[in-house]
Design a binder for this molecule. Sequence first.
Ligand code: UGA
Length: 454
Amino acid sequence: MVAPRRVAVVGAGHVGLVTAACLAYLGCEVTAVDSDLRKVEALRRGNLYLHEPHLRDILDACRERVRFTTDLEPVVLASEVLFVAVGTPGRADGSVDLSGVEGVARGVGRVLGGAGRERPLVVVNKSTVPVGGGDYVSRLLREGGAGEGSFRVVSNPEFLREGSAVLDTLFPDRVVLGGESEEALEIMRELYRPIVEQSFPSPIEPRPKREVPLIVTDLASAETIKYAANAFLATKISFINEISRFCELVGADVGEVARGIGLDHRIGGAFLEAGIGWGGSCFPKDVAALRAMAGDQGLGMPLLAAAEEVNLAQRREAVCRVRSALGGSLEGERVALLGLSFKPGTEDLRGSPALEIAALLIMEGARVAGYDPVSAKEAARRVPGLEPCHDPYSALEDARAAVVATAWEEVRALDLVRAAAIMREPRLLVDGRNALDPEEVRAAGLLYSGFGRG
Ligand code: UGA
């Protein structure tokens, strides 16, 4: 089979844009479709709104193969493969808002209904949809007007992380495909061949690895792999956070413990960094969605419930430490929050532990000054009362306590002596990411409080 060349990606958000750029880099003619005209115009001007390493380089390398548009119809007609990569935000009850997916599927269905095709369009669910999402999309395509033979649905969950999305896409640990149609799966195999065989000019040197395992399975299993992977990683972090509390009681160092257990290849050393826990647009949403899906079938998931509980407890613990160091009340106290995005290297504030800590501190009467190299202003818009600071020292000025919430380089490289000079007693520094050297912090005259560090 010949590899498909004309690919559409609907939704030019984080996942969609990176997917579009990487497929174009690998040689496909890609059109990214987004309903937001301003976004599309910005992208046409070469203005990337994402803080994502390597994205600009690979787009520059294949500029002539990527187009941006708001117009779905001609793209559906011209494409062999269409990725659905729109947002699927979580709702308060843990369920998933599928209105974006629904809109795209019905729209694609309408176009397919009015067109004769030689070969069915392969519609790929890249968005994280609840298990059963593949069948749901098929139904919507049909309801939109698509004839039975005009499309095939495939699930292709993504495992990219914000901040390393391009390299995660080009050098993944595995590629997962789920579907019922052999023909569609074969087309997807061809599309992913360069990644599986690692047969493309690497944008970075040295190239990290060679063979990429390809898992081809049924729809439900592919969809479940996505949820299970995120739930496992979130649970792993909660596990090390629980161990970090134990370490504090017995005088152990969680960093040493993580290294000691992580070298066991059955455990693995990644995602064992203790602190104020996991956030972002994926882990909280996907763990909640998995629990909600299980709950709908009458299945409790006590392990995941505990992982969520441990995670929230870490954030509350940071606030608790500030409160007790300041004598039991936060009323009128100035507290600095260093780092606001959910992790370093991204502007993304969704599900950020920092924002919850800010809100908790403000609720108790604290005056919170938040520093972030990229998203201070937006954070202040989201958390009423948060004072945005564009350098860490203006946040620390006159503060009696500070919380490191995101381990940005700018925070790791803090001039501790200067920090101590501008803060007021007791000069508490809660290191919510275990990002600083406790000895150096203490030597500068600050009171250090890390997580699980003896
Ligand atoms: C996560 C997964 O890692 C990706 O594989 C997945 O594709 C993505 O969700 C998704 O479903 O779209 P991401 O949300 O970008 O990626 O962020 P991570 O790097 O996984 O970090 C998540 C959170 O865990 C962050 O708040 C981070 O600070 C925290 N974390 C991570 C820890 O607290 N400790 C660790 O050891 C690692």
